[in-house]
Design a protein around this ligand. Structure first.
Ligand code: FAD
Length: 330
């Protein structure tokens, strides 16, 4: 049996959520080092278009289980199926995106397989002896741990979106498709999905935004924080936030940037009234250019910034909005 690295294909919100594609790209790099093949595992119904997409983004093989009963979200069925497939095919590594779904699925699969799982990885590497080095924040983000799973297989990790770059879509790539029939003895669902409601969509995902306007407690109030939306719109960007801001209800949890939220890699990051705690800054280190605004010139965020403006965040935000509007009109 070929050695393989599996990527669980979470295709819900395909066009917004690229983490599966990012993992396929990383899996290709890792697989090249250990002579393994990269395999996407797709469970669901009417999923052929995704199978083709994953091949075009670097899956050398796609294991497909297609059945009407898999169409709807069923954690129990998916976990048992993943366990069975992993026992049959014995992948070296299973990577799962740290989406809401992936975070629920991965520990269940790992428990069933009796193996370890590193959650929310921010890096993956192969060691010289062919083990997966799983790099993840730990102890409240104050440390970055490097975790190995030397004895149990598969080695399993969930990985945040936005850490790795996807391989651009390439129709000339080829992959083998292996279709597996749905086992007859899957457990009956103990949970029943009564309704499914989409959350209102952002224009784009924070992880993919080229400009992010991030606000912290220094913005002062919910009303003042709202100005950041206007600024972001003028810059065709997205708004991110720190934890105190999310906790205060100035913006929803989706906007949280940091260890407990999203990793971002914009070309330009504006940081308004943010002190620069490690739990926040760890998620913005890939920003290409940082402009920080703070009353305190010694704030960590100011030291990280390419341009540090000592000013009132709220006033500077208003001034920028005015300037941009004036320029658009002239
Ligand atoms: C387990 C754990 C996980 C966490 N995860 C996250 C996470 O994912 N994301 C996250 O952001 N935090 C996270 N935190 C919280 C983190 O430690 C910090 O508390 C948080 O990032 C601070 O947010 P802040 O910079 O908005 O607020 P503060 O630290 O209070 O900083 C406010 C800043 O605004 C400046 N300021 C004040 N008034 C003005 C003004 N008028 N004009 C300009 N500047 C002004 C101040 O000088 C200060 O620098 C986590 C903490 C823990 C323990």
């Amino acid at each position: 049996m070929n050695r393989s690295i599996w990527v669980f294909a979470d295709y819900r919100n395909y066009f917004q959520n690229r983490v599966t594609l990012q993992l396929l790209a990383k899996a290709n790099q890792l697989a090249a080092q250990i002579g393994a093949e990269v395999c996407a595992v797709v469970l669901g119904y009417k999923i052929d278009e995704y199978v083709a997409e994953y091949i075009a983004h670097g899956a050398q093989k796609v294991v497909v289980v297609e059945h009407r009963s898999l169409q709807k979200y069923s954690m129990e069925k998916y976990a048992v199926l993943m366990e069975r497939l992993a026992r049959d095919y014995q992948p070296e590594i299973i990577l799962i995106g740290a989406t809401a779904f992936g975070r629920e699925l991965a520990p269940r699969v790992a428990k069933r397989l009796g193996t370890g799982l590193t959650a929310d990885c921010i890096g993956l590497e192969m060691t010289e002896d062919g083990l997966l080095r799983q790099i993840a924040p730990s102890f409240g983000g104050n440390l970055v741990a490097e975790i190995l799973t030397p004895e149990h297989r598969p080695q399993m990790a969930t990985v945040r979106a936005g850490i790795f770059q996807e391989i651009p879509h390439n129709n000339s790539l080829h992959g083998e498709v292996v279709r597996i029939p749905l086992p007859k003895d899957l457990p009956k669902d103990r949970l029943r999905l009564i309704a499914y409601q989409r959350q209102p969509q952002r224009d784009q995902r924070l992880e993919d935004a080229r400009v992010v306007v991030c606000g912290g407690r220094g913005m002062g109030s919910k009303k003042k924080f709202k100005k950041l939306f206007e600024l972001a719109q003028l810059l065709a960007g997205e708004v991110g936030a720190t934890r105190p801001v999310v906790y205060a209800g100035w913006i929803d949890n989706d906007a949280l940037v940091g260890q407990a939220g999203r990793n971002i890699r914009p070309q330009i990051l504006f940081s308004f009234g943010i002190s620069g705690a490690i739990q926040h800054t760890a998620a913005v280190t890939d920003a290409e250019f940082i402009i920080a605004v703070n009353k305190n010139p010694n704030a960590t965020m100011m030291k990280m910034a390419d341009v540090a403006v000592v000013a009132d965040a709220n006033q500077l935000c208003s001034a920028l909005i005015k300037e941009l509007k004036d320029r658009i009109q002239t």
